[in-house]
Design a protein around this ligand. Sequence first.
Ligand SMILES: *Cc1c(COP(=O)(O)O)cnc(C)c1O
Length: 424
Amino acid sequence: MRKLSFSPVELDAADPLRSFRSEFVINDPDLIYLDGNSLGRLPVRTASLMRQAVEQEWGVRLIRGWNEEWMALSERIGGKIARLIGAEPDEVILTDSTSVNLFKLAFAAMKYQADRDIILTDSLNFPSDLYVFQGLDAILTNACFVDVLKSDDDIITNEEFLLDRIGKETALVALSHVAYKSAFLYDMKRITEGAHEQGAMALWDLSHAVGAVPVDLNGAGADLAVGCTYKYLNGGPGSVAFLYVRKDLQDKLINPIWGWFAEQNPFEFTREFRPAAGIRRFLVSSPPVLSARATEPGLDLLLEAGMDRVRTKSVAQTEYLIRLCDEYLAPLGFELASPRDSAIHGSHVSIRHPEAFRINQAMISPPDGARQVIPDFRAPDLIRLGVAPLYNSFQDIYDTIHRIRQIVDGGIYLKMSGKREVVT
Ligand SMILES: *Cc1c(COP(=O)(O)O)cnc(C)c1O
């Protein structure tokens, strides 16, 4: 067995990615940020790029900006995302939000396979994804049926059961590649092949996977995918999302929203819609330029670091976190709510405790003047610790576990009100 050092100082000194931390804005060096899986930190380069985009491109170049830079953004940045997810550059485009893209692609898949009516997903999937599928059921004239496979422990989905459940009525198998609560990592290739064996399509939501684990859409034969850029891609709050449609499917599928940017030539202003060839037909509107601009520096940093190195560090860090948890937190009533085996585990770790909410509050707003730690809370009893290998150190992890121990052991959480904010 590999020997795991317990000294965070040694682990950080041996970390080949440690210099990337200085690429991010860290105003308060005392704050430990373990929420990069909800909102990634701001890259230093983004701040200056945004200043230039606002003052020069918008302020000075005005409408000329469209031809100079902006019209090509969605495809150009999509091409960079493609390199992180094992796709060709003309298979990925930056557009809309994750939920809107999910709607567009799930609709397209249901329409394309009108002789099948089941969307198969599971209870680990993100609620917005489940809502989008329920909404499709409500609006499609040929009612579709959303089959939600229940996970026994809320941590993993039994892939055997899932594969058995795919049948001749299944149009679409739609899952998150990394589950948002437990960080369970699905075997994308196995499930996609299982879907194809039954004639179904596979749609993957990469929101908690992209920038956290290596993804190989082409290698897995995936049909469709969507994903978010404000988590591990560090694109900024509510930044534009992306979608992927495998090359051979692009001209066969219909985007349900026929906006002018999906037209062959938006600036011809024809009255009859003619869908563009290729990935552009999945656009709708003019791109949110400033938001799109902000996604690029974070992508460049990940491409520089390389997903293999990011994954190696992520595995080392989540294993370290779990080991510290076993040692220091399990005796205080904590349970691991993520898979133990790194082969099926993404880059965040959930731990469960009956007092999770107040412990989380005491981490964020320490009543004893200790340093702040920001994780997030997921109802009813989970603390999610997001590890972003580009800027989190082993020391961050070590200090967090010791802070949690102090909060529980010293009864510090008892001072917290338990009152919930809108965003947790
Ligand atoms: C974060 C996340 C989303 C985000 O959806 P928005 O439409 O961008 O708000 C969607 N799906 C999953 C699985 C996510 O983790």
